[in-house]
Design a protein around this ligand. Structure first.
Ligand code: C2E
Ligand code: MG
Ligand code: MG
Ligand code: MG
Length: 276
């Protein structure tokens, strides 16, 4: 009886292990070895100040290329890194690498550049987050104000816990951005309660801003609200001059997107020229 059941279970499992699950398993296996094999690199995308028309900062975006699974985009492997806990060492590598790069740029003519680094939810609630960030800052010997941490709305669902962590980050002196703003489910009241510096308007609201009046209204409203709360606004996914023109008209502070540059390897970053 037991043997029969065992076989049945195996069959069920076998069916469930379809192509997608198999691929994810392979990704997970390869991901476990990726750090020591040095398969990750960071690319950097400029964040442009729209008043001065100059690059104000860089966002670090992780890239992974593996012999077996090829190039896997972060939207695909970050969730797996989250589930397995691998995001903790990977996230630490990202922060240290990005800040050492920033130090190098500070010493080579880009004195006031800031660095934005994405955190995932598991990192955010990791008990030694603060210690890890402090260590990375000290290692790179930069001022904390040049680092901006990007979190998403969904990470602030536990309002009490999140506000404790954010206050500690603020005390440390780093900047805080809410990424993908407008796509999460959290209540707006947190904007008042949390010590946030920037809102990043998700690119889904930017995409049709020049063609679609209601998208324009949403973007305008986000900008006004943010400014009323004393926050600066960064538009994500700006691809065209007409999107940029509208965002400027509505006093959006900063912008990021293919119109200026795709995320590029560090060597290419210093050569980027801002077009208006
Ligand atoms: P995100 O933080 O919202 O990053 C912006 C994403 O939009 C990036 O995708 C970027 O390449 C893309 N993008 C920028 N400008 C444009 C544009 O004009 N048009 C379009 N269509 N896309 C644009 P990417 O690099 O694939 O990253 C996706 C997400 O993966 C990020 O979204 C972030 O949530 C996550 N991620 C990336 N690197 C890290 C990391 O080091 N740690 C963590 N925890 N998450 C990361
Ligand atoms: Mg981001
Ligand atoms: Mg985003
Ligand atoms: Mg995103």
């Amino acid at each position: 009886q037991a043997k029969k059941q065992g076989r049945n279970n195996f069959q069920v499992y076998d069916v469930m292990l379809d192509a997608k699950a198999y691929e994810e398993m392979q990704i997970e296996n390869e991901l476990r070895k990726a750090l020591e094999r040095e398969e990750f690199v960071l690319h950097y995308q400029p964040i442009v100040n729209l008043c001065k028309n100059e690059i104000k900062g860089a966002e670090a975006l992780i890239r992974w290329e593996n012999e077996r699974v090829g190039k896997v985009p972060p939207d695909q492997f970050i969730p797996i890194a989250e589930e397995t806990g691998l995001i903790i060492p990977i996230g630490e590598w990202v922060l240290k690498t990005a800040l050492l790069q920033l130090k190098d740029w500070h010493e080579n003519g880009l004195e006031n550049l800031t660095m934005s680094v994405n955190l995932s939810i598991r990192q955010f609630y990791q008990p030694n987050l603060l210690a890890m960030i402090r260590e990375a800052i000290e290692l790179a010997r930069i001022e904390p104000c040049f680092l901006t941490i990007e979190i998403t709305e969904s990470m602030t669902m536990d309002v009490e816990k999140a506000s404790v962590i954010l206050r500690e980050l603020k005390k440390l002196g780093v900047g805080i951005s809410i990424d993908d703003f407008g796509t999460g489910y959290s209540s707006l009241s947190y904007l008042k309660r949390f010590p946030i510096d920037h809102l990043k308007i998700d690119r889904c609201f930017v995409r049709d801003i020049a063609e679609n009046k209601s998208d324009e209204n949403i973007a305008t409203t986000i900008i006004l609200m943010a400014h009323n709360l004393g926050l600066s606004v960064i538009a994500e996914g700006v691809e065209t001059a007409s999107q940029l023109k509208l965002l400027r008209q509505h006093r959006c502070n900063e912008a990021q997107g293919y119109h200026f540059s795709r995320p590029v390897p560090a060597e290419e970053f210093a050569r980027i020229k801002v077009s208006s």
